[in-house]
Design a binder for this molecule. Structure first.
Ligand SMILES: Nc1ncnc2c1ncn2[C@@H]1O[C@H](COP(=O)(O)OP(=O)(O)OP(=O)(O)O)[C@@H](O)[C@H]1O
Length: 273
């Protein structure tokens, strides 16, 4: 029987996977962002592939965090910030007026540079999201979500006997994994990470990097990082930004061994930035 490759990779019209290519989970087309009079991003078109880690790299101020924040409309919260162009999640325009932004941010979660647990217990930090989104009907359901999320973040064994203690009492690395558990708890599809290890020591960083690699099995991840080693270790694709422009995007190995653009070569070899 003849097997049609299109059928093998058909994805019900969402994202359009092509044979041998991963499926596009999010897509930015001609994205421009301005803060007041100042334009920070110029016509960025970038596909984010499902179940991959995409690293955004480039010198300070080039617009990495701005682009990341466009992906779950965190820029909406900044006065004077204007976004144009098109950004889709499973082919749906996330800037459409019909989109519920709270629901979008549950589907596209975010982990920040500095761990920011709520001033509540470890349990409550994780349980808060599922509770407000109505994801757990009973206390037993909620307990399960908390355990699943803490396991997913590689933190369960360290905290299972102290769930009632404050999240802020954990070490920095544990707090960051608690924030990752909090993101996982609302069953996101995409997790955005803005320099998630910059406040962590090398051992805590290694743990979070290991975790990112495991998370990609179930989630799609976009990470902003200043560390070339980190981008090379954790990502499958790398997008290089400079002065608000996307210089190039390619698989991570190519970016680090044979980039097309001189600016990328100069940046990864430490000649500027
Ligand atoms: N809230 C804001 N208000 C005004 N301008 C901003 C704001 N956030 C960012 N910018 C400007 O937009 C440009 C891009 O900043 P952005 O933080 O996205 O860059 P970045 O590449 O993530 O930088 P870094 O690596 O230093 O975090 C910069 O010129 C910055 O000054």
């Amino acid at each position: 029987m003849k097997v049609d490759a299109d059928q093998l990779f058909a994805t019900n019209g969402q994202g359009g996977a092509v044979a041998g290519q991963p499926r596009t989970k999010m897509k930015g087309e001609d994205v421009c962002v301005s803060y007041g009079q100042k334009q920070a991003l110029f016509d960025i078109s970038l596909d984010i592939y499902e179940h991959q880690v995409t690293a955004l790299i480039g010198p300070s101020g080039c617009g990495k965090s701005t682009f990341l924040r466009c992906l779950n409309r965190m820029n909406d919260t900044i006065d004077g910030c204007r976004v144009s162009g098109n950004i889709t999640l499973d082919s749906e325009n996330i800037y459409d007026p019909s989109i519920d932004v709270v629901e979008l941010r549950a589907r596209v979660g975010m982990v920040f540079q500095k761990p920011n647990p709520f001033p509540k217990s470890i349990y409550e930090n994780v349980a808060y999201g599922p509770r407000i989104h109505g994801l757990a009907k009973t206390k037993a359901d909620l307990d399960n979500v908390v355990e699943y999320s803490l396991r997913g973040a590689g933190l369960w064994e360290e905290v299972k006997d102290r769930l009632a203690e404050p999240g802020t009492g954990l070490s920095g690395g544990q707090q960051q994994r608690l924030c990752i558990a909090r993101a996982i708890a609302v069953s996101p599809e995409v997790i955005l990470m803005d320099e998630p290890c910059s406040a962590l020591d090398p051992i805590a960083t290694a743990k979070v990097e290991e975790l990112i690699d495991e998370l990609r099995e179930n989630y799609t991840i976009v990470i902003v990082t200043h560390s070339m080693q980190q981008a090379a270790r954790v990502s499958q694709r790398t997008a290089m930004f400079h002065l608000g422009l996307l210089v190039e995007v390619d698989d991570t190995k190519t970016i680090f061994t044979n980039p097309s653009e001189k600016r990328t070569q100069d940046y990864i070899t430490g000649r500027f930035g």
